[in-house]
Design a protein around this ligand. Sequence first.
Ligand code: NAD
Ligand code: TYD
Length: 340
Amino acid sequence: MHHKTLLVTGGAGFIGSNFIHYWLEEHPEDRIINLDKLTYAGNLDSLRDVEEKPNYRFVKGDICDKNLVNHLVSDADVIVHFAAESHNDRVNLDPEIAIHTNIIGTHVLLDAAHRHGNKRFHHISTDEVFGHLETEEGFFSEETPYNPRSFYPASKAASDYWARAYFKIKGLPVTISNCSNNFGPYQHVEKLIPLFVTNLMEGKKVPLYGDGSNIRDWLYVIDHCRAIDLIIRRGKAGETYNIGTNYEVANVDLTMKLLELLGRDESSIKRVKDRKGHDWRYAIDATKLKSELGWEPEYRFNEALERTVDWYKTNEWWWKKLKNDEFYEYCRKNYQENNR
Ligand code: NAD
Ligand code: TYD
């Protein structure tokens, strides 16, 4: 088989770092170049296990840097694009960061991939571009019209349309995947599961937004990486694939599971003011990925959740440093924003 070089963007983030581990394990003959700006969300601790490998290279830089991106793209066969401002609450506080990375950065990468002979490009997007479901009925399919309801998904929607235009107008072989909420090792403590698990480990309360009835469709990050692998190798250019598991859980039920796994009770829940414009339910129909590419999640939700909790229990060294001044300052601002 032909050995490939992958340019992975945002590889020091949560899903990107899991993907790099996964890919080097499954395709040890391939090379990976990881381009990451190391924002607050980028963390080289997540890549300690692979940093010495001869077929892995880290480059610190911004995906909006045209010269750097063109130079790196010229060395790559495939671009796998994860880099983004990915957290709703942070982007709600400062929407412009999402225009820079999510929109302009994606454009710079697509343009470079086109200039260097239309390189294979996989763009990682989110189910949040579809808006939200208001009842417990129905699912997002690839045909569901886009209807983003806040800044982060609006910027991701723009980048998806941009990627499709590069396919239609410039012939760039692009695939897009829209996935549901991921969880697993190396996820930043600002997100629900890591925040709640680590707060409970520290004997702190967990801030549950609103009435906790909001529903998310949870995807274990390793199953997500397997889906991306299939799409990169066998997906059809110009196509979009939804990735999700139908493990739908209301935040309050998930919180109860976490309390149980950590031996705490309901007195550890702190009810806080709701996120503004809080999407109610996300649910994915992944029939296309399953029937066309044969994907199935390998992990059951409860098993994956237990593995994840165990990972945070045994890797305090990894998350302790993330609960730093910058993080608490962000929490304070977010609390103020939601209570305005
Ligand atoms: P993350 O926030 O953990 O990681 C983002 C990474 O991108 C960080 O390492 C950061 O340093 C890097 N980055 C940010 N701006 C950059 C720039 N301008 N140039 C270079 N690098 C930059 O995010 P994640 O959770 O791993 O998400 C990865 C992708 O998956 C994103 O595109 C996100 O929209 C999408 N997604 C995530 C989820 C989820 O549940 N986490 C769900 C759906 C879609
Ligand atoms: P999050 O992990 O931020 O992901 P997303 O916004 O992409 O769904 O949030 C998951 C759900 O948990 C969402 O409904 C908001 C809720 N939530 C809380 O109740 N408290 C929190 O402190 C956080 C971070 C999220």
